[in-house]
Design a protein around this ligand. Structure first.
Ligand code: CMC
Length: 367
């Protein structure tokens, strides 16, 4: 039997995340994700996903210190940064630096330690490249700030009173069961390749517009719509042209994506004047109330507007997603390899057999 797109296929047992697509619920290690977005921090939720339990006060303090220690980029890496073209996509920048890191990192180190190292350095890579691409000096990471505060600070050189909202978005994006990029990481992990290669593969999968890349397509789409009164016309045009509406639909959620619900409330409360938000809300109302293709908004619809409001460049949105999801990717890799099985599906061959090999001089150019 062929299961196109592996829809509904379970490839392993996991205790990391439960996604209830029918009721629109999401849990990390059993805890509802909304509760974590509201009450937890990036570091604490990452600890929960990696270690399987919430940390004690002492454990969290030690863990935060460790993440802060791993923030810096080596001089060698910074030197490479200065030799890169200034117009790369941020996902590609991450891939470059991870490949360098991976080739120089110890092979025997504990996987969890490597995972913490990788997640800790993502913001530094992005912020350094952002400033370099604008011809500005990079801002060195600060150890006294939290993971997300420090990221914002390294990007923009100042603090932001609303950074907690960004942290909530990162928590919501941190994990999502065996989605396409996590699966890509697991395929690589299952060959017993190194963790860095798993993450490079996952980044490539996330970049696609049907997955995390949708976040970069949402703002231009909302701008194309232009105003709330043009929503209906836009949707009907998309349906006619069989064009996907970005930020809508999901393989597993058959109702509202709880992450989108949460982020919409955040935007309603804090960024209600955003033009893009007003158009996105109207788009949601129209699509849901008219049961268009039975799709609902997904996380990318509203996370992209939040990232826009914080001033991040659009071609960094997928990399922002990755900055959070790297925790989920690595948690799954660690879990999967503890009971490893090479991932190697098959196809149903539908081509011919026993075809004669025709020597090149006898091959017909027109046939
Ligand atoms: N706009 C218009 N039609 C849609 C959409 C959409 N966003 N999503 C699904 N459909 C239609 C689809 O064309 C198909 O129609 P038909 O049966 O007439 O051919 C039907 O709904 C079933 O959709 P599908 O594409 O077979 O479903 P899937 O599970 O393979 O796709 C998806 C899931 C996320 C790829 C798809 O909904 C999509 O392309 N969405 C737009 C891109 C997007 O926002 N991606 C982010 C996903 S969530 C966060 C993340 O993973 O990054």
């Amino acid at each position: 039997m062929i299961q196109k797109g592996l829809e509904g296929v379970k490839i392993c047992k996991s205790s990391i995340c439960y996604l209830d697509g029918i009721n629109g619920r999401l849990f990390y290690r059993g805890i509802p994700v909304e509760e974590l977005a509201e009450k937890s921090t990036f570091e604490e939720t990452a600890y929960l996903l990696w270690y399987g339990k919430l940390p004690t006060k002492n454990e969290l303090e030690k863990f935060k210190k460790k993440m802060a220690e791993y923030r810096d980029l080596s001089d060698e890496a910074v030197n490479i940064l200065y030799h890169l073209p200034r117009n790369l996509h941020y996902i590609d920048v991450l891939k470059i630096f991870l490949s360098i890191h991976g080739s120089t990192d110890g092979v025997d180190e504990d996987l969890k330690e490597k995972a913490i190292k990788i997640a800790s350095v993502f913001p530094t890579i992005l912020a350094y490249y952002y400033r370099y691409s604008k011809g500005e000096e990079p801002i060195k990471p600060r150890k006294d700030l939290s993971h997300v505060e420090n990221f914002y600070y390294m990007m923009f050189g100042e603090m932001n009173g609303k950074v907690r909202l960004l942290e909530s978005a990162f928590i919501l994006l941190m994990e999502q069961d065996i989605n396409a990029s996590t699966f890509a990481a697991l395929v690589i992990a299952s060959t017993l390749s190194d963790l860095y290669s798993c993450i490079v593969g996952a980044l490539g999968a996330l970049k696609g517009p049907l997955h995390g890349g949708a976040s970069e397509k949402v703002p231009p789409m909302l701008e194309e719509i232009g105003s709330e009164d043009r929503v209906e016309e836009f949707v009907q045009k998309c349906l006619k042209e069989k064009r996907k509406i970005m930020g809508f639909g999901h393989r597993v959620y058959r109702t509202y994506d709880p992450r989108a619900v949460y982020l919409k409330k955040v935007l309603q409360r804090h960024f209600q004047d955003s033009r893009l938000f007003k158009i996105a809300s109207k788009l949601e109302d129209y699509i849901v109330s008219n049961r268009i293709k039975n799709i609902y908004p997904n996380v990318d619809l509203y996370s992209s507007i939040l990232f826009e409001e914080f001033g991040f460049p659009r071609n960094m949105f997928t990399a922002l997603f990755a900055t959070a999801r790297v925790v989920g990717w690595t948690a799954h890799v660690i879990e999967y390899v503890s009971d490893n099985k090479l991932i190697r599906p098959t196809s149903e061959y539908v081509g011919p057999l026993n075809i004669e090999y025709i020597p090149i001089e006898r091959r017909d150019e027109n046939g």
